[in-house]
Design a protein around this ligand. Structure first.
Ligand code: GLY
Ligand code: MN
Ligand code: MN
Length: 448
């Protein structure tokens, strides 16, 4: 008899039940339809390892494809959480592995009712009957969307006789993502764990990196550590970028040889079994010694990053964190002669964008670029305890982008230097907690 996967304390049903209760409360009278992720094709008939949809995971902890959760506040207690799942089936399980089936959905995942996913087309309309609205994210779930629209259209057709139909389709995003943006204590614990493993991997990578090794060999050290520590693997394509490759922000080829005299930029973090992620970038000299130019730019990025991290506190904003880093970077670039002009004017004109072309961070959680608004209308969202963001300024000196008019041409000696320093930072009552502090970043620690 196949055994079910081990359960750990962090994926206990009560955690997910609390999240559903908060979500149900926010839904008012709207019924929510939340689909799981499908399996994604890698090539031909081979699939990628399964990756659950984070919204679905957040509410259910159910880690199988081809499932749909219904959250039904208009139904009586004991009928509000319905799961449609792949049924148990010996042949499929021989090929693809254990499934919890409808019984497991009820017994292990706390569904009030569960049905085989094949029954969704017949049953969906009945479950949605009586709801004031339907909360479903259009444009993302091509298999489920026509079923939701058909159920709603049917209600509208019958409304004159039945006396009721859902008034509208609403996106659950704002409600659900506001919940996900504010991490509960058990989520922070998991982000600390993802940060610990990710930071250790960066420390190992710096110890092994040397001229002659390939970027891929360093990637192997990092990802081996993720797997040894029980993570699923990398949270995103690990970036291991020697020399000028570091100026390509999403470089993932990782197939060049490391050269003495160059920097190595590594942007890598792990994803845990329950999908919480780390996201760390460190940059250091391949042969253990900064050149003068590398050191000057490294110290500038470090100063910007430390100032931005120090600014993280309740009441501040992610926009303010970005602006803090930007002011330090631009002032430093003027001092080094890479920009000419007055700091605030240069920032206003965007005259620094050929050297720093991305934002200083993003929310972090079940998604690496996690959900949650940065802005609500004209207002930047205020940081609150429990929010987690990355702080990741950088400088990328190459001739890929044109130098803005009025700014100096970049001298050869600066070119090929790409630096980013990225930490994961949780907003706390008193200020912040740097989850990734175990990955060293002091200039002296980068040298040997
Ligand atoms: N590793 C992706 C990012 O830093 O946003
Ligand atoms: Mn990041
Ligand atoms: Mn990153």
């Amino acid at each position: 008899m196949p055994t079910s996967p081990a359960l750990d304390a962090l994926t206990q049903p009560a955690v997910f039940a609390q999240r559903r209760a908060r979500f149900l409360e926010g839904l008012g009278g709207a019924a929510a339809v939340i689909p799981a992720a499908p399996l994604a094709v890698h090539h031909a008939d081979c699939e990628w390892p399964f990756r659950q949809n984070s919204d679905f995971w957040y509410l259910t902890g159910f880690d199988e494809p081809d499932a749909v959760a219904l959250l039904l506040p208009h139904r009586p207690e004991g009928e509000r959480f319905v799961l449609f799942v792949q049924p148990r089936e010996a042949t499929s399980e021989v090929w693809h592995g254990f499934r919890w089936g409808t019984e497991g959905a009820v017994e292990r995942f706390g569904a009030d009712l569960a049905h085989p996913i094949e029954q969704l087309p017949q049953r969906l309309a009945d479950y949605l009957k009586g709801a004031d609205g339907i909360a479903f994210r259009v444009g993302k779930h091509p298999k489920v969307e026509p079923l939701v629209i058909a159920a709603w259209a049917g209600q509208l057709d019958r409304a004159p006789r039945n006396g009721h139909a859902a008034l509208g389709l609403v996106a659950p995003d704002a409600l659900l993502h506001e919940l996900r943006l504010r991490k509960q204590p058990e989520e922070l614990e998991r982000l600390r764990e993802a940060a610990r493993i990710s930071a250790e991997a960066h420390e190992l990578a710096r110890q092994v990196a040397r001229p002659g090794l390939s970027e891929r060999q360093v990637q192997a050290v990092i990802e081996q550590h993720f797997l040894e520590q029980g993570a699923r693997g990398p949270a995103y394509g690990s970036i291991v970028a020697g020399g000028d490759n570091a100026c390509v922000l999403h470089y993932t080829a990782n197939n060049a040889v490391l050269n003495g005299g160059e920097l190595l930029l590594i942007d890598a973090g792990c994803s845990l079994s329950d999908y919480y992620n780390g996201d760390i970038t460190r940059t250091f000299p391949v042969d253990g010694r900064f050149t003068g130019e590398q050191r000057a730019l490294y110290e500038l990025v470090l100063a910007a990053q430390e100032a931005a991290v120090a600014a993280v506190a309740p009441g501040f904003t992610a926009e303010g964190v970005h602006e803090t880093a930007l002011r330090v970077l631009v002032a430093g670039l003027v001092e080094l002669g890479l920009l000419v002009g007055e700091r605030d004017g240069l920032i206003e004109q965007g005259a620094y964008r050929h050297l720093y072309m991305h934002r200083t961070g993003h929310w972090l959680g079940l998604d690496v670029h996690d959900v949650g608004a940065y802005r609500l209308g004209e207002h930047h969202v205020t940081l609150e305890p429990g929010m987690v963001l990355t702080v990741e300024p950088g400088l990328y000196v190459s001739d890929r982008l044109p130098v803005p008019e009025g700014q100096p041409a970049v001298a050869e000696r600066w070119k090929g230097i790409g630096i980013r320093i990225e930490d994961d930072v949780a907003v706390s009552e008193r200020g912040h907690e740097v989850l990734t502090a175990a990955a060293l970043k002091a200039t002296s620690a980068m040298e040997r």
